[in-house]
Design a protein around this ligand. Structure first.
Ligand SMILES: NC(=O)c1ccc[n+]([C@@H]2O[C@H](COP(=O)([O-])OP(=O)(O)OC[C@H]3O[C@@H](n4cnc5c(N)ncnc54)[C@H](O)[C@@H]3O)[C@@H](O)[C@H]2O)c1
Length: 321
């Protein structure tokens, strides 16, 4: 049994990590300021986790949260490109100042290793596909700059203070518990819930934008592997976490429509500021060094995700009766 602190525990990825670690018998503490997270994501965990509603920038809160922890899975962030374009200062404060506050507390508490939710947005719009970790970064949005700067901070804390740090560059994670009710929500959550409501989703751009859509279980397994990997191969390093396959928004739309039996044709809108055109991961480094393998692939992941949104809707409707 190990002791884990999960930041952003009430969010999509943080809460899924919490459910997995609790099921495996680990001790879990979690912090979240509930800015975009939802306590419903933690339902069923009850007093099996030590949940604290606190902001990353709260120095005393982070000191207390890090006390006695072996691993930190750092997921908390305002996780949205458009939001950072609209309001760069608040996302900077949350993402960058918050991460620095956490790192100082982790260093002082003697935490063994921190695994960071980095982002494929660091690669920007470079034409080379797939993206590999040796490529020079080219962040295009304030969010991408913040996520990349946090990677550098983690690496600096490893080199300066010996705090073991592993950065996982996630490529479009999706799955159950991803919020669908915000303008910044992931596209699969949005398309699914719109179609379930009988509404035609809007595709920003011409629908040929493509992403390496990565089912949540793959991201969870990457985090656990990153905690266990020998320090000599993992620490101070960056790893792409994706599937090595990409799909266009038109394909995503068609696949979800087919699962749900939705016949509406997509509405096309203007491309969004800061969005990149194509994104595909080269996962060979994670495969070789962390023993990471994507376990759930696109069609299967989409089916599981759509099934989850349908069952949540049914539960809500039953509870309203
Ligand atoms: N979902 C993806 O496709 C994706 C891709 C690349 C990187 N990431 C990164 O993964 C992490 C988790 O993303 P997610 O999709 O679960 O997002 P999410 O919004 O569901 O979860 C983030 C959580 O962090 C919390 N939070 C935000 N700012 C905070 C602060 N200052 N203090 C404390 N809590 C705070 C939110 O309330 C939320 O619960 C983020 O760091 C994000 O940048 C996600």
């Amino acid at each position: 049994m190990s002791r884990y602190l999960i930041t952003g525990i009430a969010g999509f990825i943080g809460s899924t990590l919490a459910h997995t670690l609790v099921e495996q018998g680990h001790e879990v503490r979690g912090i979240d300021n509930l800015s975009t997270g939802n306590l419903d994501n933690l339902s069923g965990l009850g007093n099996r986790i030590d949940f604290r509603q606190v902001d990353l920038q709260d120095v005393a809160g982070m000191q207390s949260a890090c006390e006695g922890m072996e691993f930190i899975l750092h997921q908390a962030a305002l996780a949205s490109v458009p939001r950072s374009v609209k309001d760069p200062l608040s996302s900077h404060q949350s993402n960058l100042n918050g991460t620095l506050t956490l790192l100082i507390a982790a260093r002082d508490a003697g935490v063994r290793r921190i695994v960071y939710a980095a982002s494929s947005s660091a690669y920007g719009d470079q034409p080379t596909q797939p993206k590999h970790e040796e490529m020079p970064p080219l962040p295009l949005s304030p969010y991408a700059v913040q996520k990349l700067a946090c990677e550098y901070y983690l690496q600096a804390f490893y080199r300066s203070y010996g705090l073991e740090a592993v950065c996982l560059r996630y490529f479009n994670i999706y799955g159950p518990r991803q919020a669908a009710d915000s303008p910044y929500s992931g596209v699969i959550a949005k398309f699914t819930t719109s179609m379930m409501a009988g509404e035609t989703p809007t595709i920003f751009g011409d629908g040929m934008t493509s992403r390496d859509f990565t089912y949540i279980d793959n991201a969870v397994s990457a985090n656990l592997l990153a905690c266990q990997a020998p320090s000599s191969v993992a620490t101070g390093r960056v790893f792409n976490i994706g599937t090595g396959e990409s799909h266009t928004l038109n394909e995503v739309y068609a696949a979800i429509a087919s699962v749900l039996g939705f016949s509406g044709k997509p509405i096309y809108g203007f491309p969004r500021a800061g969005d990149i055109r194509h994104s595909l991961a080269d996962i060979s480094r994670a495969t070789k060094e962390l023993d990471y393998q994507p376990m759930v692939h696109f069609r299967n992941g989409l089916q599981k995700t759509v099934a989850w949104y349908v069952s949540e809707k049914e539960k809500k409707e039953a509870a309203a009766l």
